[in-house]
Write a protein that binds this ligand. Structure first.
Ligand code: AMP
Ligand code: ZN
Length: 113
């Protein structure tokens, strides 16, 4: 499948990995929008939240468990951070493989643009 993030998981495209297990891969965003900007993705290709269903929804809980661990390791857990997933055109999704942005290390604005 011609998917950038599947290629990153397969090691065909290099990335700055911060975490990996059987189900999940996490790496630094190439164009960081905050001092800590990490992408957490399922290894199994899921296009977006729109594709989450009874069969694959357990990965979402696992991703958030991993996120809690990464936040501690990055030193952002205490001060706070944001996890966001963009969906479709209005959501600003550019890569069609489910990913959660972890943004931290600075005060973030709300509401987002
Ligand atoms: P989104 O716009 O929500 O689909 O997020 C896609 C993210 O992937 C953007 O923040 C990009 O900067 C990031 N990105 C694109 N290509 C790469 C890459 N090769 N390595 C790491 N991050 C990337
Ligand atoms: Zn993919």
């Amino acid at each position: 499948m011609d998917c950038l993030f599947c290629k990153i998981i397969a090691g065909e495209i290099p990335s700055a990995k911060v975490y990996e297990d059987d189900l999940v891969f996490a790496f630094r965003d190439i164009d960081p929008k905050a001092p800590t900007h990490i992408l957490i993705i399922p290894k199994k290709h899921i296009a977006s939240v729109n594709e989450i269903n009874d069969e694959n929804c357990a990965i979402v809980g696992h991703i958030f468990k991993v996120a809690a661990e990464i936040a501690k390791n990055e030193g952002v857990a205490e001060d706070g951070y944001r996890i966001v997933t963009n969906i479709g055109e209005n959501g600003g999704q550019t890569v069609k493989h489910l990913h959660y942005h972890m943004l931290g290390g600075r005060s973030l604005q709300w509401p987002p643009g």
